[in-house]
Design a protein around this ligand. Structure first.
Ligand code: 8DG
Ligand code: MG
Length: 315
């Protein structure tokens, strides 16, 4: 059987407070009936993603998009069709959304999205909605006080809300002690903290998740931590991205985009290859390697969640 290919545009509409997202319930008599969804629908052959989305949001909710940014593109195989979900984050709109086709619509806090049943293709979209555009990886820093000062500066001045504690030069007791301090600080700013290292570290420090090195990623057979925690991993190629998909990683970094002083010997992939790898990835992807905040919009435009960086946020 040749499967139908369906291209769908959908919107994660964000409230003015930035805390809630709008979801709608699919009528019971259609595909995936009764499940919740991000409003949107099938594109006509002549439509672009954003053009079709504008039409759909007008038809389904009575709102006009004012400002939108690409969020994530997901390819998913349903038994009867291949679907491409082209999801946009809508930050500004005109009009008061209501279910023009009689469907239920609801604003929900981002952290509660997981409580609602969505179609199977939506899991990576929920993760993308909950993740910020910037991922801070901490630099090596021998002094704990200086470390905390720099971390706090990044949260206060740069608005960082996702942090990976990378400290290869510390022994385990020192790492765990620093992790406790970093976690307390992250909690004050509602930022998420991921530990870089073995999944067992979470037994000692109740951080939000773990970031795996690419070697560790490739050595695992199944997801090493519970679903309630965030699992991310370093990836560099298609094989590692596929493995991240098999393990159920919530997101990954993909590097090196550019050459960096820390890895001068590695050949950079550049935006073209990056975009091709991201297109087939099954989860949100952060561009890493010589990235700064000024690259974030471009990273979004080629399908990434955003950028990950040490140097740009560590001052
Ligand atoms: N809009 C939307 N569709 C989704 C999501 N997740 C998901 O798997 N889908 C699937 C369900 C459908 O098979 C397809 C969207 O088609 P649709 O029924 O909304 O299309 P439409 O609004 O153009 O409606 P119609 O004219 O075909 O009746 O994508 C989602 O979050 N939002
Ligand atoms: Mg629809």
């Amino acid at each position: 059987m040749v499967k139908r290919r369906v291209h769908v545009a959908a919107a994660a509409i964000i409230s003015a407070t930035g805390k809630d997202v709008l979801i709608a319930r699919r009528p019971s008599n259609v595909d995936h009936g009764g499940l919740w969804e991000f409003p949107g629908g099938k594109l006509a052959p002549y439509e672009t993603g954003l053009g079709g989305l504008k039409r759909e949001l007008h038809e389904e909710l009575g709102v006009e998009i004012r400002r939108a940014q690409p969020l994530i593109r997901i390819h998913h195989e349903y038994p009867d069709k291949h679907i491409l979900l082209d999801v946009w984050q809508v930050h500004e709109f005109a009009g008061e959304p209501f279910g023009r086709e009689g469907q239920a619509v609801r604003w929900v806090p981002m952290g509660e999205l997981f409580k609602y049943p969505f179609p199977a293709a939506n899991l990576p979209i929920l993760r993308a909605v909950m993740l910020p555009t910037e991922y801070l990886i901490t630099a090596e820093e021998s002094d704990d006080a200086l470390f905390l000062q720099r971390l706090e500066r990044a949260m206060v001045e740069d608005g960082i809300r996702l942090v990976q504690l990378r400290a290869k030069t510390l022994d385990e007791p020192s790492y765990l002690a620093r992790a406790e301090q970093a976690l307390a600080l992250c909690r004050r700013y509602s930022a998420r903290l991921l530990l870089n290292g073995e999944p067992e570290l979470l037994k000692h420090v109740n951080a939000d998740g773990v970031h795996l090195t690419s070697d560790r990623l490739m050595s695992l057979e199944r997801r090493p931590i519970a679903e309630g925690k965030w699992l991310s991993a370093s990836t560099h190629d298609d094989r590692q991205l596929k493995q991240a998909g098999r393990l159920g990683c919530d997101f990954v970094s993909l590097s090196p985009l550019r050459t960096t002083p820390s890895h001068p010997e590695v050949f950079p992939m550049g935006w073209h290859d990056f975009q091709q790898l991201v297109e087939r990835a099954a989860m949100p992807v952060f561009a890493l390697g010589g990235m700064t905040r000024h690259d974030a919009n471009h990273a979004r435009a080629v399908g990434a969640q955003g950028i990950a960086s040490i140097r740009d946020f560590w001052k």
